[in-house]
Design a protein around this ligand. Structure first.
Ligand code: ADP
Length: 237
């Protein structure tokens, strides 16, 4: 579903991604675990076309970034670390603007907006301004927005930053449900080990390279400490 081959990205002398290769299967929830500076945001910036890689290839849902960029990008939904809703517009307006960008018919968009907000328990009037929402609800609206065009791959870049534990759990649960019901693939970047609890797969990124890859148990074993958290700290600091 998402194929990353030999991806390298340099900022001057610094190599942020170092010949990174990763295959993400359909209908899977993969946690990309990396300390600050590991290269997670750089990877997402390259995947979403914000930056060009120096080397390597990316394919999304069978579409090559290089030869079919529009189709590749249409197959992605993204929630970035920085909140990117317009605070002075309503929830509904923020979402319908995105639907318009994707060329969704108005009726389909209106239905998906209501259905998405209901599913994520955004239990407030959709005509309220985003400024009036809690941090947790703002994140949920961003997740609804990322899924409006029904992308096959969802990229989440440290999406729980600033959320309280309940909102964090709700967001993760909603995504796991998306994987189960719609069969989309999630790549969830974080430096919080506990967010890897229900992951199908854990990928540890350190200094732009893969340090370990597999189930939670396999990665814990590969890192050589009694727990994933201990191994992660010992091997990435
Ligand atoms: P993460 O998201 O895992 O914290 P980043 O992708 O932000 O990691 O950073 C990876 C490395 O690239 C770090 O060493 C960081 O300092 C460097 N880096 C990131 N963005 C830039 C930039 N715009 N210019 C120079 N160096 C950068």
């Amino acid at each position: 579903m998402l194929s990353i081959r030999g991806l390298t990205k340099r900022y001057g002398e610094r190599t942020a991604l170092d010949k990174l290769s990763l295959e993400i299967a359909p209908g899977s929830f993969t946690v990309l675990l990396g300390p600050n500076g590991a290269g997670k945001s750089t990877l997402f910036q390259v995947l979403t076309g914000l930056f060009a890689a120096d080397e390597g290839e990316v394919t999304v849902a069978g579409f090559s970034h290089r030869s079919e960029p529009a189709a590749a990008l249409r197959s992605l939904g993204v929630v970035f670390q920085q909140m990117s809703l317009d605070l002075d517009l309503s929830i509904r307006r923020n979402l319908s603007l995105q639907a318009d960008l994707h060329g969704l018919p108005r009726k389909v968009a209106a239905e998906r907006i209501v259905e998405g907000c209901r599913r994520l328990n955004v239990d407030v009037d959709l005509d309220r301004k985003v400024r009036e929402l809690s941090g947790g609800n703002r994140r949920k609206v961003e997740l609804v927005r990322a899924g409006l065009h029904r992308p096959q791959v969802l990229l989440m870049d440290e999406a729980t930053v600033g959320l309280d534990p309940k909102s964090r759990r709700d967001l993760l649960a909603a995504l796991h449900e998306d994987v189960a019901t719609r069969g989309c693939s999630v790549l969830w970047a974080t430096h919080w080990v506990e967010e890897a609890e229900q992951a199908d797969r854990v990928v540890v990124l350190h200094k732009g390279k893969l340090l370990a890859d597999g189930s939670r148990e396999e990665v814990t074993r590969a890192l050589g400490e009694p727990s994933l958290e201990q191994g992660f700290i010992a091997r990435t600091t």
